[in-house]
Design a protein around this ligand. Structure first.
Ligand SMILES: [Mg+2]
Length: 265
């Protein structure tokens, strides 16, 4: 019987990638008001240059390989914390924010270091204006909260994931356990982070399900930990991967009836 539900955060409960894309574009518009540059082009370039710098930089090994962060999240993360890894990321990211925009502007033949600094800070402001939970997130949590133990299992820096949660009007008390890769030093799809969540809830893998939008991290990862996956494929946008015992839903409104239906008999 399903006793516990583990939820992914980014692009499952809260809008993440589209919010980042919109923040890149809004930030590029600031430059386009000063220079003849297409904001959509500049936004695309900034995103690419940010990714290149992130991959080549010293924060990547910890930020992406260990805790599963993306290059664009690193652009607005405050990197709060006192571990050596987080401190190193914080120091590096201070320059990374402007450097990404400086490189992007240069590709469009604009040399303006002051503007790059401004855009580097502006991106964080624009992203923070775009905290948004999916409309079906709160009703799904409320419907299941009464009958099931709930955990959040998310990849990313601890401060950033908590900031997203609070910014979107969800709270840590909506969950019986909040499990963040940045707090653990291990990320999805590693089975260890799922095992940690089960431990915190006091349930076995057979009694839990994992709900998430990433087939690789959430569904394959959960499967490796012995947990059935419920793949959130919003609007059927992604092609069907190989079967691995998972269920598929197109919206979180399907979740409570699915869980009740699959455990009632
Ligand atoms: Mg996700």
């Amino acid at each position: 019987m399903t006793e516990a539900i583990l939820f992914d955060l980014d692009d499952t409960l809260v809008v993440e990638e589209p919010a980042a894309a919109a923040a890149f574009l809004a930030t590029a518009h600031v430059a386009a008001r000063r220079y003849p540059v297409d904001p959509a082009e500049l936004a695309r370039t900034a995103r690419t240059r940010a990714r290149d710098l992130w991959r080549a930089g010293p924060a990547h090994a910890y930020g992406e390989d260990t805790i599963g962060m993306s290059s664009w999240e690193a652009l607005w993360c405050r990197w709060e914390g006192d571990t050596a890894e987080v401190r190193a990321c914080r120091e590096w990211a201070a320059g990374y924010r402007a450097q990404a925009w400086r490189a992007a502007l240069a590709e469009h033949h604009i040399v303006d270091p002051a503007l790059a600094e401004l855009l580097g800070e502006r991106f964080g402001i624009e992203r923070r204006l775009r905290h948004e939970a999916f409309a079906d997130a709160r009703p799904a949590l409320d419907a299941l909260r009464r009958t099931h133990a709930l955990a959040l299992v998310t990849n990313g820096a601890s401060c950033l994931q908590r900031e997203k949660l609070a910014g979107c009007g969800l709270t840590e008390t909506d969950f019986d356990a909040v499990v963040i890769s940045g707090d653990l030093g291990t990320a999805k799809p590693d089975a260890a982070i799922f095992a940690h969540a089960l431990d915190r809830l006091g349930v076995t893998a057979a009694d839990a399900v994992m709900v998430g939008d990433s087939f690789e991290r959430d569904i394959r990862g959960a499967h490796a930990a012995g947990i059935r996956g419920i793949w959130l494929n919003r609007d059927g946008a992604q092609p069907a991967p190989e079967p691995n015992g998972h269920l598929e839903i197109a919206a979180l409104t399907e979740l409570a009836p699915l869980i009740r239906g699959s455990t009632s008999g």
